[in-house]
Design a protein around this ligand. Structure first.
Ligand code: SAH
Length: 339
């Protein structure tokens, strides 16, 4: 909003135009369709900015109500997103980059590397579009946001923090920072930076292993930052924000979910103000790894709980429509011969 006010001043427009534009964009409108804004101003704006930065080109609906979207960006790049319905509201999973350069061995988003960062406008537009589609009366269509789509949010720091400011702005969609989770593979220095940013989102760490050696097998970022360094970042985050943090742990058959791993995880995390989110790895066609079976997952969960950790096993949602990171985009690219 402040940026728009500045822009209006620069363009010699009345300050109230900023509010009109902001509310139109937050209602999911493209610039050329903004209500109440004069055609001449809209034309001047579309000369400087993309009229429609993000467009939904495909929506898949799962039998459990999960919706998966394929978005097209103005330059033709594709990203994806998911909307999951829960009792308390709707959680949207948002992408922060086209592709990803982190190289995790189980993830489809990183198969073709990073193509580019998303702008803060492109990250915001994903929420603006989906929120407008599912809003009812005065109820928001999107109540919670997780930065768990394609990309590593802390590898696109400035655009992601600008997005967080925008989406939590009281005169905008106004999603509380408490209802936003930022998920990272563990870029330790950026966790410290985020802690000092004054944006107390829920920090989520993709851990997936209990030793550095094991973690390096599936997550190249572990060559750069050790688990101890990431945990020290979490301590600092908690000291600055008072927010409990979360660990994601994808159970991979034969890799990271036997009794010794459970003991290792308890030793690592016991006493910390944290929660562990287990998920059975979603199988990605292009990857050789597969998820642990239900029994192994249930046993792993009980072991963690018996060891004193707060832990839950995440329900798999939207499995029939390709729930895992990057699967929709990857299959679309394949079907269209990479174009
Ligand atoms: N780059 C960020 C956010 C995007 S990934 C991060 O690493 O946290 C969002 C979550 O999905 C991460 O926890 C990631 O490890 C996990 N994930 C990736 N591929 C998966 C798969 N095939 N099955 C289950 N979870 C997966």
């Amino acid at each position: 909003m402040a940026q728009l006010e500045k822009l209006m001043a620069e363009m010699g427009e009345k300050p109230y135009r900023a509010r009109q534009i902001y509310s139109g964009l937050n209602a999911g409108k493209r610039i050329s369709q903004l209500p109440a804004v004069p055609a001449s101003l809209k034309a001047a704006l579309t000369e400087r900015f993309e009229d429609e930065p993000v467009r939904i080109i495909k929506t898949l609906v799962s039998s459990d109500g999960t919706r998966k979207f394929l978005f097209s960006l103005a330059d033709g790049n594709l990203i994806e997103g998911v909307l999951m319905s829960y009792k308390y509201g709707n959680t949207q999973c948002v992408s922060t980059q086209v592709g990803c350069r982190m190289g995790c061995k189980f993830c489809a988003s990183t198969l073709g590397g990073k193509i580019r960062d998303l702008t803060s406008g492109e990250i915001s537009a994903q929420v603006q579009l989906v929120n407008a589609l599912y809003a009812q009366d005065k109820k928001r269509g999107v109540t919670n946001v997780v930065l768990m789509g394609s990309g590593e949010p802390l590898d696109n720091y400035d655009n992601v923090t600008a997005f967080l400011r925008n989406i939590s702005c009281p005169s905008g969609i106004n999603i509380s920072l408490r209802n936003i989770s930022l998920s990272t593979c563990g870029i330790a220095p950026a966790i410290y930076r985020l802690a000092d940013e004054g944006l107390p989102v829920t920090l989520t760490i993709s851990l997936h292993e209990v030793t550095d050696e094991g973690r390096r097998r599936t997550m190249p970022v572990a060559n750069k930052y050790t688990i101890a360094e990431v945990l020290a970042g979490c301590d600092y985050y908690f000291s600055r924000t008072g927010r409990r943090y979360i660990f994601e742990y994808a159970l991979i058959a034969g890799e990271n979910c036997d009794a010794a791993h459970a003991r290792g995880l308890i030793k690592l995390l016991k006493g910390r103000p944290c929660h562990v989110n287990l998920i059975r790895l979603n199988r990605v066609e292009e990857r050789a790894l597969s998820g642990a079976d239900e029994r192994t997952a249930a046993e792993f969960l009980s072991a963690l709980q018996a060891g004193g950790l707060s832990a839950t096993l995440r329900r798999r949602m939207g499995e029939d429509i390709g729930g895992a990171c990057g699967q929709l985009r990857a299959s679309h690219l394949k079907n269209t011969d990479g174009n």
